[in-house]
Design a protein around this ligand. Structure first.
Ligand SMILES: NC(=O)c1ccc[n+]([C@@H]2O[C@H](COP(=O)([O-])OP(=O)(O)OC[C@H]3O[C@@H](n4cnc5c(N)ncnc54)[C@H](OP(=O)(O)O)[C@@H]3O)[C@@H](O)[C@H]2O)c1
Length: 296
């Protein structure tokens, strides 16, 4: 009699696996992971599984189909400025749809890992934000992401990872924007009155895997260590890329005239992560150097 091949279900299912963070997470989890890509993505492989997370039935049936132990939600509407105009869409993707994923996780007995943001804070503190500090998002994006955290709490077993100022290989980000601008101009104006912690998606992926290894649940802050203003960050990009003929000009948030308000100070206190994993995230400057070395 012919032996029947037993299919092992993937341990992990990743929504938003074509985004900047999702790509690195799916890559790192390799064969143990079933990537689910977003609706705008051009399907590269016939086997690509495309889901719009705002489709409740599709979300629930996909989780039931793969029966993963862990669902990692990297899907989000991440355009901070456009969210001001498209508030309903931001709340649907970043808030309501997270509830659909939580529902699917509960039905399948899976843990939900959800990614959130420093923009849920108002930015009026003088010390790094801890997990239990009061949230007070300023703009629609931050408010919709806070709604997503509340939805993620509906999952019986949930891990919410708040992070900040991401850069990585697979998406448009501040580093790629600054480097592109150096081809177009000699002077780049950059905001110098907002402080945060740039974070490399590769390092964040490693941190999430460490938290899963400890079976951590609840809210955790995870960023690379150290902090800077966007202006200092831009200067570091030029320095590490060896670009000397372009100047960074500091400007204020008011002068930048962006549609969405942003926190002036959104440094996250990552000591809960350090205590739980016995691991300290490296500095954002070291992470940036590695990123630029690997991509240029
Ligand atoms: N980037 C940052 O600086 C930053 C900072 C703090 C926290 N975060 C959080 O980190 C997470 C990952 O961010 P990222 O920078 O990797 O984002 P990203 O590159 O914009 O990726 C987001 C992904 O979500 C997918 N997506 C959007 N709408 C969807 C929908 N309706 N259904 C299914 N998929 C959908 C997109 O796919 P399509 O393009 O195909 O729609 C894309 O693959 C997000 O939760 C974000 O809020 C990001």
């Amino acid at each position: 009699m012919k032996k029947q091949k037993i299919q092992t279900p993937p341990q992990y299912l990743v929504f938003g696996a074509d985004g900047m963070l999702g790509t690195d997470i799916a890559l790192s989890l390799g064969g143990q992971c079933q990537p689910i890509i977003g609706p705008q993505f051009r399907v590269k492989n016939p086997g690509d599984h495309v889901i719009d997370i705002t489709d409740k039935e599709a979300v629930i049936s996909t989780i039931a189909q793969y029966k993963p132990k862990v669902v990692i939600n990297c899907a989000a509407y991440t355009d901070v400025d456009a969210s001001e105009q498209n508030a309903a869409h931001a709340y649907l993707v970043n808030g309501t749809a997270v509830g659909y994923i939580a529902d699917g996780c509960n039905r399948a007995g899976a843990k939900l890992v959800h990614i959130s943001t420093d923009y849920i804070f108002a930015g009026d503190q003088a010390r790094p934000y801890r997990e239990d500090d009061h949230a007070g998002p300023l703009g629609v994006y931050g408010k919709s992401k806070l709604a997503g955290e509340l939805s993620a709490h509906l999952a019986k077993d949930h891990l919410i990872v708040r992070t900040a100022w991401l850069f990585g290989r697979s998406g448009k980000n501040f580093v790629s924007t600054i480097l592109k601008r150096t081809d177009e101009t000699d002077v780049i104006s950059v905001v110098d009155d907002q402080r945060g912690s740039p974070t490399y998606t590769v390092d964040l992926t490693d941190a999430i895997v460490r938290l899963l290894g400890k079976n951590a649940s609840g809210i955790f802050h995870v960023t690379n260590s150290g902090s800077c203003t966007w202006c200092e960050y831009a200067q570091a990009v030029l320095d590490k890329a060896g670009i000397k003929d372009v100047k960074i000009m500091p400007i204020t948030t008011a002068e930048s005239n962006r549609p969405a308000p942003r926190p002036a100070y959104s440094v996250l206190d990552c000591s809960k992560y350090q205590e739980t994993t016995s691991h300290q995230m490296r500095s954002w400057r070291d992470a940036l150097r590695d990123f630029l070395t690997s991509t240029r």
